[in-house]
Design a protein around this ligand. Structure first.
Ligand SMILES: [Zn+2]
Length: 163
């Protein structure tokens, strides 16, 4: 899904927890860790090499896909939580795990296409792809009102969880 949705849903589901903000941040981290290296690459092409008119979506090389798959792997999530557990508190580790897991849970159903083509949950140990139902970006282009349903659903769940 998209970054604002990751932020919103993590807040909605975890806001009653002591580790809520850690979970919100780490629910966004897998995409942020992938987004900025790509942005840096586009900037590099434009400003340093000045070669062609490279677009953000053109960045689909092996490194980009590798980085995306690593960030969208439950193994990386588990490793990050273990690190948080060793370096910080169990609460911190819980927030990291909850946020990262929610991110993956939201993406596995909604990433049928795109430049990385699916979520490989156990990357780099396995290349198995979760059989996603839709490609969120394409779905939103065709039926933008789906985003409205997404937001209303988040609001309802927020209220149901005691606001
Ligand atoms: Zn993602």
């Amino acid at each position: 899904m998209d970054l604002p949705s990751h932020f919103i849903w993590a807040f909605v589901l975890f806001h009653n927890q002591p580790w809520a903000w850690v979970a919100v941040v780490f629910c966004c981290i897998p995409d942020i860790l992938w987004f900025f290296p790509r942005l840096a690459k586009v900037a590099y092409h434009h400003l340093v090499i000045r070669r062609g008119r490279m677009q953000f979506t053109d960045i689909n090389d092996m490194h980009t896909r590798h980085l995306y798959r690593l960030n969208h792997s439950i193994i990386t999530g588990a490793f990050a939580s273990l690190l948080a557990f060793m370096l910080s508190t169990p609460d911190m580790a819980m927030g990291v795990m909850a946020g990262w897991t929610l991110h993956l849970f939201m993406d596995i159903w909604t990433h049928k296409g795109g430049i990385v083509d699916g979520i490989r949950l156990f990357y780099p140990l396995s290349d198995w792809k979760f059989p996603a139902l839709i490609w969120w970006k394409e779905e939103l282009e065709r039926r933008p009102w789906i985003y409205g349903i997404n937001l209303v659903a988040a609001a309802i769940v927020f209220v149901l969880l005691g606001g």
